[in-house]
Design a protein around this ligand. Structure first.
Ligand code: NAD
Length: 303
């Protein structure tokens, strides 16, 4: 008996968007034994994947035509709209019943509109944004939040399992993006709260490192307090997760709040603080660099 028990009958996977996240995710799909067809606007990540065993095509439409299932991991809503539409776009190459999984973080409103557009052509679009960062992408341990047709998710689950450990079906189209917006809201507001608390400690003459250690042992403990609190103290603002992406994701959360009628008062404030970070030219720093803005407001550095 062959030991390659999961290799026969594997689908050909198309992957569009080979950036910080997409590149390691695509590598994991390849490593799981799927045939892989890739496309990106930049030649360098495409060449890297081709050297690893993928084949390259020159448009999203060709990806759709050469693959059974297509995955997207693009920066923002307009990028996904651009990749889906037009004569060279994905929907120009898809077949009836084909499944497309958008793993980008985009607006739930756009996700729902695109899913309807795809459905009009008999294509099933799932929204499946991820959490876990570059490390989770490299290790295949992402959390994947899926919205859309549950039966379609079951069909592509073996492919998603190559990239993520937690794969949750949240509901209808757009539900995955709503969950991701909630995730980004919690992270951003928590970064602000931890930064504010550590600046208060410093301003009051108490060692912020000791305050962090005390809080880690109690109910205020969080991964942000742990990881980002440490970054604050070490002045390590190398991304990680860039401020410009955090700002984009808060834009998405604010849009969703407006579209669905949910007031997001703390999110709105933190959105504006990240707008100030962008205006300062700090978009390429890690999102934990928000602490430097609070330090400036208080006239007090914590380290
Ligand atoms: P990135 O900017 O590193 O990569 C995006 C890639 O898409 C680039 O290679 C770019 O050339 C390509 N691209 C853009 N438009 C294209 C088009 N029309 N056709 C083909 N290729 C195109 O971004 P990233 O960090 O990989 O993030 C991708 C998505 O994942 C974003 O929505 C982001 O919010 C989300 N995300 C990122 C992280 C993280 O830690 N970086 C974590 C979770 C989720």
């Amino acid at each position: 008996m062959s030991e390659r028990r999961d290799l026969p009958e594997k689908e050909t996977v198309g992957f569009i968007g080979l950036g910080i996240m997409g590149r390691p995710m695509a590598r994991n799909v390849l490593a799981a034994g799927f045939a892989l067809v890739v496309y990106d606007l930049m030649p360098e990540p495409v060449n890297e994947l081709v050297n690893a065993g993928a084949s390259a095509v020159t448009s999203p439409a060709e990806v759709a035509a050469s693959a059974d299932v297509v995955l997207l991991c693009l920066p923002d809503s307009p990028d996904v709209e651009a990749a889906m539409s037009g004569p060279q776009g994905l929907l120009a190459g898809t077949r009836q019943g084909q499944i497309v999984v958008d793993m980008s973080t985009i607006s739930p409103v756009t996700a729902r509109a695109l899913s309807e557009k795809a459905a009009a052509q008999g294509v099933i679009l799932l929204d499946a944004p991820v959490s876990g960062g570059q490390v989770g992408a490299a290790n295949g341990t992402l959390s994947i939040m899926v919205g859309g047709d549950a039966a379609a998710l079951d069909r592509v689950r073996p492919i998603l399992a190559a990239m993520g450990k937690t794969i949750l079906h949240l509901g209808d189209s757009g539900a995955g993006q709503v969950a991701k917006a909630c995730n980004q809201l919690v992270i951003a507001v928590t970064i602000e709260a931890v930064a504010e608390a550590m600046v208060l400690a410093a301003k009051a003459g108490v060692d912020p490192a000791k305050v962090r250690a005390a809080l880690l042992g109690g109910y205020a403990n969080s991964r942000v307090l742990d990881g980002h609190g440490e970054r604050f103290l070490e002045r390590n603002f190398t991304p990680g997760f860039r401020t410009r992406l955090q700002y984009k994701d808060l834009n998405i959360a604010m849009d969703a709040g407006r579209a669905y009628g949910a007031p997001l008062p703390a999110g709105a404030l933190v959105h504006q603080l990240y707008a100030a970070m962008m205006a300062r030219g700090d978009g390429d720093l890690d999102h934990s660099a928000l602490v430097t803005l609070l330090e400036e407001l208080a006239g007090q550095s914590i380290a």
